[in-house]
Design a protein around this ligand. Structure first.
Ligand SMILES: C[S@@+](CC[C@H](N)C(=O)[O-])C[C@H]1O[C@@H](n2cnc3c(N)ncnc32)[C@H](O)[C@@H]1O
Length: 293
């Protein structure tokens, strides 16, 4: 196991190591039992839209049994899922021994659907030339940061009867929310702890260009959303675990909320990214000038 440079020298928080370059399946069993106060994590969704780690498989169930072992009794796990695979994630977490309490919904303005327009596909497959409605100046799809307008985009209407019948239909829907499983490790009595009343719908925009600056991870969560989550399941000074660290947003949120954290990430490039973000956040917290990473 190789630790990120920052992980070797903890700054401002007590318990090393915090940023671990490892496969969680291998590393979690080496951590001490009941040493974690909350798990907040964003595992691969198995929807095959981003990178190899996201392609086909949900995390092994053993990850969730390990999270159960590591959590103190009566404490919680919050895990993101995708609309299409959430039910399998929730079932795996339950099978590991957690009690599923509820589902939180992170709602955001809908983006573009990962979808093929059926009407256009029908006309194209039949070699029918679509009726051009007009031209719109747009930015290059491949270089969204290009300062100038570099491409013209045409919009068109269906021509064949079959295409007209399917106008407006696609092979997928644009997502507008992500479910988050809330599950709890029962107390030693087998009962569940009480929970404060709270909203179960969370409204946060996806990270904008400024928040994503220098971060090329494909599935970054908003810091504000992760701060909301870590404060629901831990209090200052407690330890938050994220076995699927990504670019480290859970750690950034934990640091801003004065929690300790353990992040595990298998991709060394992402571990470097985590170290950069945590160092920057730590500097901001120390100077206390700004609470933004
Ligand atoms: C959905 S991303 C997390 C993104 C994160 N929430 C953020 O805001 O940057 C999931 C991450 O889990 C990592 N991962 C997948 N399987 C893993 C495993 N078995 N052990 C450690 N990391 C893993 C992937 O490399 C990926 O970076």
């Amino acid at each position: 196991m190789k630790l990120g440079a920052w992980a070797r020298g903890p700054i401002g928080v007590k318990r090393p190591p915090m940023i671990l370059h490892a496969d969680s399946l291998v590393l979690l069993p080496t951590l001490p039992e009941e040493s974690v106060d909350g798990v907040v994590t964003d595992p691969p969704y198995a929807v095959g839209i981003t990178r190899r780690w996201d392609a086909t498989k949900l995390p092994a169930r053993q990850i969730w049994s390990e999270c159960l072992r590591l959590l103190r009794p009566g404490r919680h796990i919050l895990a993101f899922g995708a609309s299409r695979t959430y039910h399998r994630l929730a079932a795996d977490i339950e099978a590991a021994g957690f009690v599923v309490q509820t589902v939180l919904a992170w709602c955001y303005p809908p983006g573009t659907a990962k979808s093929v327009g059926v009407a256009r596909a029908v006309d194209e497959a039949n070699g029918v030339e679509r009726r051009i409605l007009g031209y719109r100046r747009g930015r290059s799809f491949f270089d969204r940061n290009a300062p100038r307008v570099v491409q013209t985009v045409k919009s068109s209407a269906p021509v064949s009867a079959l295409a007209k019948a399917y106008e407006g239909c696609g092979t997928g829907l644009a997502p507008a929310h992500e479910p988050i499983v809330w599950a709890t490790k029962p107390l030693s009595t087998g009962k569940l702890p009480t929970l404060p009343r709270q909203p179960l719908t969370l409204f946060y925009r996806k990270p904008g260009r400024a928040e994503r600056a220098g971060n090329d991870h494909p599935t970054v969560k908003p810091v504000a959303l992760m701060r909301d989550l870590v404060t629901r399941v831990t209090v200052p000074g407690e330890v938050v675990l994220d076995p699927f660290g990504g670019s480290g947003t859970t750690g950034v949120a934990a640091l801003l909320e004065r929690r300790e954290f353990i992040l595990i990430e298998q991709n060394v490039e992402f571990v470097r990214l985590i170290c950069r973000r945590i160092r920057a956040t730590d500097a901001a917290v120390r100077e206390d000038k700004s609470e933004r990473p």
